[in-house]
Design a protein around this ligand. Structure first.
Ligand code: WQD
Length: 346
């Protein structure tokens, strides 16, 4: 299958690109490199550009002969979105609209969208299924909910079928430690805990110890990035055989508290991890975990990896690449010849 992947140089995107290439798909990546790293792509063709450039995207789709689009490109920091909502709606919503218009121009009829459980906000019922109220509590989640709505209208008007995948807490790395998430930009719990295990931070902050949960700390559904990548391939295959559009949770269906994550990381890394109790972080729901049964029924997808696999793989990645993709071992790949600002990196 010939697939254009936007944001394919990013965290979940690069693992999905790798899975597509391993099974023989023909991938072209469009990425602004605002968040992603060329080093994460190896020799996969990359065009450095913006999804908002409708003419560029339409040209790429036509020249590549793309049969489908997987759309990751987005800003994704919840805290940043609360400070700069305009930036998030411009990039995540208006940028996605330009991408969709280019897709229609190029006659693309299959679209997989990287959405998020943040569209639910603090769900009233757990586990949360796809029928739950859409009540985002930040512009990041709101921007994703808006794109999901646009997809429905683009199907009605243009026949563009789509699968929106609502990730829960993406974490982990390639099992051989060859690719993973860059720590420094990440505010998330698992990179924060492993930074302490690696001695790069003195302690991890535990945001809230008075939640109505088993140990008082907040609960989340941590899902391995490799399981997420597999979910995108299953979504593409579903659409390729004429499957109907759907919105699906990608989570394990299991919750883990902050304290449980710290304890598991201590066990997996063999390092002591100092934790300091802090007040709750504004906007954090007490507990969120998925009902993933619709993804199982629609795609035959289930998470296969658990929290220990997440922590072990992430630890392996960061031990091998303490500076993430900015480390010295990647610098050689950064001098790859580029024909133009939007030229294809060979
Ligand atoms: C997890 C828990 C924190 C850091 C993320 C993404 C969002 C969406 C869902 C994909 C919370 C606590 C954190 C720390 C802590 N995914 N925490 N100390 O907020 O659930 O949302 O997953 O789109 O985009 O942001 O993830 O890892 O920041 O927090 O106590 O240093 O860990 O309060 O309860 P979150 P997170």
């Amino acid at each position: 299958m010939r697939v254009l992947v936007t944001g394919g140089a990013g965290y979940v995107g690069s693992h999905t690109v790798d899975a597509l290439r391993r099974r023989g798909d023909d991938v072209l990546v469009l990425d602004s490199l605002g968040h992603g790293h060329r080093a994460a792509l190896g020799d996969v063709p990359l065009v450095v550009g913006d999804i908002a450039d409708e003419g560029l995207v339409a040209r790429l789709l036509a020249e590549h002969g793309s049969q489908a689009i997987v759309h990751f490109a987005a800003h994704k920091r919840v805290d940043e979105s609360l400070e700069a909502p305009g930036r998030y709606f411009a990039n995540n919503v208006a940028g996605s609209l330009a991408l969709l218009r280019a897709a229609v121009t190029a006659g693309i009829g299959r679209f997989v969208f990287s959405s998020t459980c943040a569209v639910y906000g603090a769900p009233a019922r757990l586990p949360v299924d796809e029928s739950a109220a859409i009540a985002p509590e930040n512009p990041y989640g709101a921007s994703k909910a808006m794109v999901e709505q646009m997809l429905g209208w683009f199907e009605r008007a243009h026949g563009l079928r789509s699968i929106s995948l609502r990730y829960f807490n993406a974490a982990g790395a390639a099992l051989d430690g060859s690719n993973g998430e860059d720590w420094e930009g990440a505010q998330n719990l698992i990179p924060a805990v492993l930074r302490v295990a690696a001695g790069r931070r003195p302690e991890v902050q535990v945001f809230g110890i008075d939640y109505d949960t088993a140990d008082g700390t907040a609960v989340r559904d941590y899902v391995h990035v490799l399981d997420l990548a597999r979910g995108h391939l299953a979504a593409l295959d579903h659409l390729a055989v004429g499957g109907a559009s759907a919105t699906l949770n990608l989570g394990t269906g299991q919750g883990a508290s902050v304290r449980q994550v710290v304890a598991a990381a201590t066990r997996i890394t063999g390092r002591s991890i100092a934790a300091v109790d802090q007040p709750r972080r504004p906007g954090d729901p007490p507990a969120v975990w998925a009902d993933p049964s619709r993804a199982a029924a629609t795609l035959g997808w289930r998470a296969e990896l658990g929290l220990d696999d997440i922590l072990a793989s992430a630890w392996r990645w960061h031990e091998a690449h303490p500076e993430g993709h900015l480390g010295p071992e990647w610098s050689a790949t950064l001098t790859a010849p580029t024909t133009a600002s939007t030229g294809v990196h060979p």
